[in-house]
Write a protein that binds this ligand. Structure first.
Ligand code: HEM
Length: 203
């Protein structure tokens, strides 16, 4: 439970921040949303997340491109069944390649690009093609907690600090090997406190 809940959320946060560095326009829009919704006196808290749709879209788009569990967890068929036209005998190990589904050009426009706006379009139901927490009875029981934790942390970091890369180079987005899909190059950045920090953190 501890491993399932900590590393997954930490890795997601690292991918999200890396994406923001390579897309300064997205970072700017996220900060504008936070400033507009919360002003300069109030540190983002759990109840604010629902008022921050763009921040949520950034997290969804991060989980689409960099799902912390890219092939979910192994499942076993409890009976003979058919999946997508294939006969699957009872007791077969079934792996779902969420990473590939999330980047399938038949399902997504410009699938390799980081475009949080694709999650904000009204009328689009993406629930069957994005599954970072799995689907059905054995889907992740911590998904709500994870979305709040990552949202709160990412929101606070955007709200309280100005960020800069350590060099002119783009952040390396190469995916490493490991159960929770780490970055090959750990994220290294510089930050400077924004004036808002004096009001919201220091009493
Ligand atoms: C960004 C964060 C997280 C991601 C991407 C994630 C993803 C997943 C995925 C893909 C599964 C397997 C679902 C399946 O096979 O269909 C899973 C299972 C699980 N997750 Fe998460 N998870 C996250 C955070 C958490 C948190 C915060 C907790 C608890 C505090 C948690 C607890 C669990 C547990 C206990 C299972 C096993 C459920 C079962 O087998 O019935 N996860 N998670």
């Amino acid at each position: 439970m501890v491993l399932a809940g900590t590393d997954t959320s930490a890795v997601t946060l690292e991918w999200a921040i890396s994406n923001l560095f390579n897309h300064p326009d997205v970072l700017k829009r996220a900060r504008a949303e936070l400033d507009a919704q919360l002003g300069q006196e109030h540190l983002v808290d759990e109840h604010d997340i629902s008022r921050l749709p763009y921040l949520q879209s950034i997290i969804s788009e991060t989980l689409r491109l960099y799902p912390a569990a890219p092939i979910l967890l192994p499942h076993f068929s409890s009976d003979d069944c058919t999946i997508g036209g294939y006969n699957v005998p009872r007791g077969t190990m079934v792996l779902v390649n969420a990473w590939a589904i999330h980047r399938d050009p038949k399902l997504w426009d410009d699938p390799e690009s980081f475009i949080p706006e694709r999650f904000g379009r009204s009328g689009d139901d993406l629930s069957s093609q994005v599954m970072p927490f799995g689907l059905g009875r054995r889907s992740c029981p911590g998904s709500g907690l994870a979305q709040r934790t990552v949202g709160l942390t990412l929101g606070s970091l955007i709200q309280c600090f100005d960020w800069a890369r350590v060099s002119e180079k783009e952040i390396d987005m190469t995916e490493g090997k490991g159960f929770t899909m780490p970055k090959v190059m750990p994220l290294e950045v510089m930050c400077k406190a924004r004036p808002i920090i004096n009001k919201v953190l220091i009493v």
